[in-house]
Every structure is written in C-alpha cells, then in structure tokens.
Write a protein that binds this ligand. Structure first.
Ligand SMILES: Cc1cc2nc3c(=O)[nH]c(=O)nc-3n(C[C@H](O)[C@H](O)[C@H](O)COP(=O)(O)O)c2cc1C
Length: 180
C-alpha cells in the first residue's frame, strides 16, 4: 500500500470548515431573475457557471427553499445579470429574504425579449430556457440554454471571496477581504 492511499472511514468534514474552504473560491456575483404571471422575483447567486458553447448553456444552483426557485421551475425560464463592482448594494438587496415587490422597488432594469428583468448597469445578462433541473440535496441544479444575451457596461466585476466583497483597485488589482 502506498503512502498516498487515502484513508478509508468517516471523513472529518465539518460544515464550518467546508464553508471557509469554499470561501477561498473567488467568484463573481450575479442576480438571477424570474417572472410568472406578471410578478418578478430574484435572488443573488454566485453558483453560476458556463456549461457548453454549443449550444450556449449555463448552470445555476439554487436553494430549494429560496422563494425564487419554484417560480423558475414553474415558468421554465430565468435570467442572469452579472454585477459590476459598483452594484454591491444590489447584491445585498437580492440576498435578503423580502417580498419580490420590495426587491424590485425603484430598481433600474429593462426587459429582455422574453420578458425577464435584466438589471441596468450589469456587465452582461442572459435569458435562459430551463432544459433540466436536477435535485442536489437541499439545492436544485438548473441547466439553462441561452435564448438571449447582451453585453452591458464594460466595467470591473463585483467579486465575492472569504464571505466578503472584493474591491477593485483598477483594471489589474483587487483588494480582497482578509482572513478572519
Ligand atoms: C454573494 C452571495 C451569493 C449567493 N449565492 C447563492 C447561490 O448561488 N444560490 C442560492 O440559492 N443562494 C445564494 N445566495 C443566497 C440568496 O441570495 C438568498 O438566500 C436570498 O434571500 C434568496 O431570495 P429568495 O428567497 O427571495 O429567492 C447568495 C447570497 C450572497 C450574498
């Protein structure tokens, strides 16, 4: 048996450490929006990744108990707006548990051709048709095919790292949150 053979048995994977570990995975920040019966809903999401170029598709991972999740399941579509560094307040607004009307009050947005809300000032936005939803523990993995895309402001991104927001210092540098 080589020294590199992993030990079998229960792994010492405690949730707080895992949370800190994933906090070392720097991401951008997006707002996912949905619409059903003329009601807009949305939440802040950093579990967002591109899946394939042909066809262009993305994946988001949403908590099953988030209010927006069932709305996306029922309507079969969602939009993603990629936040700029100046849009931290929007990330905080959409990360709150609040009635949709409150989240969208006085919000600057426009509608994509499929009727979904796309945030003004975002770096980029897409509208997606849900092609599969896969339960994953307390989350739902939603695969979406892009049906509309737009490039917005050509600015710096909002960054999330170590459970905090990064602050761009220019095109080449980002000040990141320090370890606790
Ligand atoms: C930076 C950041 C990233 C987040 N990423 C996700 C995510 O990827 N998936 C998710 O389900 N919730 C995520 N959340 C939490 C939701 O935004 C939050 O639970 C929200 O209140 C859900 O809103 P809703 O219940 O109105 O849909 C994130 C929050 C923050 C601050």
């Amino acid at each position: 048996m080589s020294d590199l053979t992993p030990m079998l048995g229960p792994a010492p994977v405690d949730a707080p450490t895992f949370r800190r570990l994933m906090g070392r995975w720097a991401t951008g920040v997006s707002v996912v929006t949905a619409r059903e019966f003329d009601v807009d809903a949305g939440l802040t999401v950093n579990a967002f990744l591109s899946v394939s170029l042909a066809p262009p598709s993305v994946l988001i991972s949403l908590a099953r108990d988030a209010d927006t999740t069932p709305l996306i399941e029922r309507s079969g579509q969602f939009a993603v707006s990629v936040l700029a560094s100046s849009q931290r307040a929007l990330s905080e607004r959409f990360a709150r548990t609040a009635p949709p009307a409150e989240k969208f009050r006085d919000l600057g947005f426009h509608r994509g051709p499929n009727g979904l809300a796309l945030l003004d000032g975002a770096l980029a936005a897409v509208e997606c048709r849900v092609v599969s939803h896969t339960p994953a523990y307390d989350h739902l993995l939603l695969l979406g095919e892009i049906v509309y895309q737009e490039l917005g402001t050509d600015g710096l991104p909002l960054v999330f790292f170590r459970s905090g927001y990064g602050e761009p210092l220019g095109a080449e540098a980002v000040r990141l949150p320090r370890p606790p």
